[in-house]
Design a binder for this molecule. Structure first.
Ligand code: MN
Length: 322
């Protein structure tokens, strides 16, 4: 069920026109080719040199819009995940997901594909044979907290997500809760992920939680967020302590809002895994190489991804800020 409610931001509570309580940081992304040098080009803004996480969000790849004419599109063969959730969200196009639980599901704009890896799962993602010609979206990971990181693997597709709207701003809540609207998607820590669309000339205050830290990524157009003009590419880190956030735009624009309670556990991230120490990574890598634990993905026309070699030094747990 989709519902629409007014944001009713309280101008007394909002900080419109006043200086930020928290300094903003513009985090530059790194260009990465998924699946090798000829693979799909993405811009990775999490983990970042300065900031590894925003809430429990620990990975953010943005891609496109890519014209798929004459290309194979997305071709990400079977690979394992551990200790995290994957969030697939599209602005344009479609992706076909298959996993070792037997799930086979296309995701399209406005829909969420959420895979909870827990103690281990494998999946593939590809451009389906019948496709619209343009691919534009984001792939995110959410770190699972220690108490829940061994949950059984699960996959969910959510086609009806709550929407809040006010003064030309429309927020679709993918994960967590925003302005009183809660996504049905299963979360394991207090967080939010929302797509913000802005009509031409929009200017609105979005109510936030002061106990969350937040960041915004422009997906389309040139939105101004907290007075900072954004374009697709870098991630604007906004810190915590805010009760509202101002979005403005001239032309129509689109952005991704991420937030959450600061994630205080130290984690190790390597390849497609989130764990707590080096030895867990050694074990996970060995299990994938041996065909154990993660299961098999059926129906993908290609080979599973081999695990890269582990670094020669021991991986160290890191906090959310480097
Ligand atoms: Mn994956």
């Amino acid at each position: 069920m989709t519902f629409v409610s007014s944001l009713e931001a309280d101008p007394e509570v909002g900080r419109d026109g006043r200086p930020s309580a928290t300094a903003t940081e513009l985090l530059q992304g790194a260009p990465v080719a998924l699946g090798g040098p000829r693979g799909l080009g993405v811009t990775r803004t999490l983990p970042n040199r300065q900031r590894r996480m925003v809430g429990a969000w620990c990975f953010l790849d943005a891609y496109g819009p890519h014209d798929l004419t004459g290309t194979a599109g997305m071709r990400i063969g079977p690979h394992p995940h551990l200790g995290l959730q994957t969030v697939s969200w599209l602005v344009a196009g479609e992706i076909l997901h298959r996993d070792s639980l037997g799930s086979r599901r296309e995701v399209r704009p406005g829909q969420l594909n959420l895979m909870t890896a827990g103690r281990g799962i494998a999946h593939s993602e590809e451009t389906p044979r019948a496709h619209g010609g343009v691919l534009h979206g984001v792939q995110l990971w959410v770190a699972l907290p220690n108490a829940d990181r061994d949950v059984p693997p699960a996959f969910a597709h959510h086609a009806d997500l709550p929407v809040v709207a006010d003064r030309g701003l429309t927020a679709t809540v993918l994960m967590g809760e925003l302005a009183g609207a809660a996504s049905p998607a299963r979360c394991y820590t207090p967080l939010v992920g929302a797509e913000i669309t802005l009509a031409a000339g929009a200017g609105a205050l979005l109510p936030l939680r002061p106990d969350f830290e937040y960041a915004v990524l422009a997906l389309d157009g040139a939105p101004t967020v907290d007075g900072v003009p954004l374009k697709p590419g870098p991630l604007l880190y906004l810190g915590d302590g805010r009760s509202s956030l101002r979005f403005e735009t001239g032309s129509a624009a689109r952005a991704l809002l991420l937030g959450g309670e600061p994630f205080e556990e130290r984690i190790v991230m390597w390849w497609n895994f989130v764990a707590r120490d080096h030895d867990e990574m050694v074990e996970a890598r060995a299990d994938w190489t041996a065909g154990a634990r993660f299961g098999d993905v059926h129906g993908y026309d290609g080979d599973p991804m081999p695990a890269p070699p582990l670094p020669s030094t021991r991986l160290l747990p890191r906090g959310r800020v480097r």
